[in-house]
Structures are given as C-alpha cells and as structure tokens.
Design a binder for this molecule. Structure first.
Ligand code: IPM
Ligand code: MG
Length: 355
C-alpha cells in the first residue's frame, strides 16, 4: 500500500517525519506500507513555482492514500493567489473530489483541563463534524473584484450547492451517524440564504431513507453558540464548506488544543487525504515544539478509512491514549508549570507505547 507523504511548510515536515517514525513500527510488525514524499504548498512553490507541482500530483495519483502535513507561511502571503500555498491544498481536494471531510472532536479525559471551557462542559465530548469540502463559496463562480457601473470597486464570491453535492454529503452524514449515536444536526443559514434553505430541503429529503437516524436543523449562529454552551448535545454535525471551516476550528478548541485533532477527506471510493486540522504554525516551526499527535491520529484515520486496517488504526489510537495517561504533554496541552516534551520525544513515547 503506497502512501504519498506531503509534509508542506512550517511545522509540517517535523510532524510528518515523526509520524512516519511511528508508522515504521507497524511496518516492522508486518504492515505493508511504502512511503514517498513530495513538496506541496510553499515548499512546492519554492521547488518549482507551483504549490501543487505536477510531480506531486502524479505521486498522489499512484498512491492509495495521502498523508498531508500543513501549508502556508508569511513569506508566501504576498504571492498572487494561484501561487499561494493554500491553493495546493484546495486543488488536491478538488482534483480527487474529496467532498467528505471528517473532523472528529474528542476530549481525552486527561485533557479536559486544557480546554478554556469548564471541564464539566467538555469532559466526555465526542462529536464529529462532517464538512462538505469541494463546493460552496470556496469554489463557486463567478468570483473576483470588479468595477461597478458607478465606478466603485466591488469584491464578490458565489455561494452555490447542487442537489447532488448536498445529497452525497447527507448520505455520508447519516451513514456516519449509524456507527455512532444516530443523531445528525444539519447546520445552515436557511433564514437568510437561498442556497442553505435548499441545503435544508435536500438533507430532509435524504433523511427519508434513514428512519433510524434522528435529524435536527440549526442555524449556524446558534450552532456556534451551542458549541460553547453545551457541546455534548451534538453527535454528528453536517454542514457546508464555509460554515464547516469555522465551526471545526471552534470545536477543536473545546478539546483543549487544535494540536490534537486529525481529519480525513474522502471521495466516493474512500480514497483520501489525511491531515491534522491545525495549520503550519510558522512561529514554532523547526523548534521541536509542535504536537505531533494530530498527525499521528490522522495516520490512524488513514489506516482505517482508506486501507481498511482497523486493527492497526486502533493500535495507534490506543498508544496515543496511553501516552496522555502517562502524562506526556507538548506545550500546547500542558497545564501551567508542568514539564513538557518536544515533538520528537512525544513520538518516542508513542513508539514506546506501541512496543
Ligand atoms: C482548513 C483550512 C483551509 C480551509 C485553508 C488552509 C485553505 O483552514 O483545512 O480548515 O479553509 O479549508
Ligand atoms: Mg480551517
């Protein structure tokens, strides 16, 4: 099984390197994985003037799954949009039609204190945000900046969803809920936006095929509030690309650190790209400070969803739980005054927990 590894920028190279060390333990134990790396994002731009170099895309096409680090950095912010690091990520999502973005937010018992919310509000939290990833205002045309008839400049983007795009993500949500508590909350802004009223109608229609799953609807502003008021009311949240981007960052903080959250982006054939939901954190890059656990947990999702290696996935997840229980903490998840470990030492602890 071939895995394309795209470390990217900032802390991306460190966290993917440590994740590969962890995966090597599974390889030594007989799992047949082959890794090949290629530049993406700013690293792609530096290597060949393109955030998604043709050779990188070719490597991904031959692979069974993609492990992605993170992209972006201040040195690339002034580039024209097509050359910016984020375009590498957005083009990969679109190219492979990775429409279903799974962003689980789980609070580990040992980390309930690390949240800015009271431990009783977040302890035991286990929610899944299912974000549609290839449509919406992210990709809708037309977009741009134009000069109006009155001579004033105007910026514009277009929010759009086709029925088939909504149907397939709704099916994914109901199917995911069947493996959990069987509750789906669809988040929209149907009181204002036509596109999302249509979203609500189509999700309701698809629900007819899933009588065993409970469906509710919530406006996005209320959902943003409910996530900090009482996050445990949610099981699966399904929403569009833009709202999902925002709500998933919010949900990540319930868990204490964005450095803990993995994600999977899947197409209809379960081909997928796996990445931590945090960014490239240029401020701490190259200093052995980043938390590698979100990437290690992303690798677990890769094993489960794209390679059908549930056993190996569970082994990794159990090892992560174990190092947290043993007290290992990178700076982002440590209580004040507590001893911390670096990126490499955290990976060492996971490796030791696997042996
Ligand atoms: C994410 C990120 C990306 C997004 C950026 C880097 C383009 O914020 O994966 O959530 O907006 O989708
Ligand atoms: Mg985001």
């Amino acid at each position: 099984m071939k895995i394309a590894v795209l470390p990217g920028d900032g802390i991306g190279p460190e966290i993917t390197a440590q994740t590969l060390r962890v995966l090597d333990v599974l390889v030594r134990d007989g799992l047949k994985l082959e890794f090949e790396s290629a530049p993406v994002g700013g690293a792609g731009y530096d290597a060949s003037g393109d955030p998604l170099p043709a050779a990188t895309l070719a490597l991904c096409e031959k692979a069974d799954a993609i492990l992605f680090g993170s992209v972006g950095g201040p040195q690339y912010d002034a580039l024209p949009r097509p050359q910016r690091p984020e375009q590498g990520l957005l083009r990969l999502r679109k190219h492979f039609d990775l429409f279903a973005n799974l962003r689980p937010a789980v609070v580990y018992p040992e980390l309930a204190h690390a949240s800015t919310l009271r431990p009783d509000v977040v302890a035991g939290l286990d929610l899944l945000i299912l974000r549609e990833l290839t449509g919406d205002i992210y990709f809708g045309q037309p977009r741009g900046v134009r000069t109006t008839e009155s001579g004033e400049r105007e910026g514009f983007d277009t929010m759009r969803y086709t029925e088939s795009e909504i149907r397939r993500i709704a099916h994914s949500a109901f199917q995911a809920a069947r493996k959990r508590q069987r509750r789906v909350c669809s988040v929209d802004k149907a009181n204002v936006l036509e596109t999302t009223q249509f979203w609500r109608d189509v999700v309701t229609d698809v629900h007819d095929e899933y009588a065993d799953v409970e469906l509710s609807h919530m406006y996005v502003d209320n959902a943003a509030m409910q996530l900090v008021r009482n996050p445990k009311q949610f099981d699966v949240i399904v929403t569009g690309n833009m709202f999902g981007d925002i709500l998933s960052d919010e949900a990540s903080m319930l868990t204490g650190s964005i450095g803990m959250l993995p994600s999977a982006s899947l197409n209809a054939n379960n081909f997928g790209m796996y990445e931590p939901i945090h960014g490239s954190a240029p401020d701490i890059a190259g200093r052995n400070l980043a938390n590698p656990l979100a990437t290690i947990l992303s690798a677990a999702m890769l094993l489960r969803y794209s390679l059908d290696q549930d056993e190996a996935a569970r082994r990794l997840e159990t090892a992560v739980r174990k190092v947290l229980a043993q007290g290992y903490r990178t700076a982002d998840i440590a209580e004040a005054g507590r001893q911390t470990v670096g990126t490499r030492e955290m990976a060492d602890a996971v490796i030791a927990a696997l042996l």
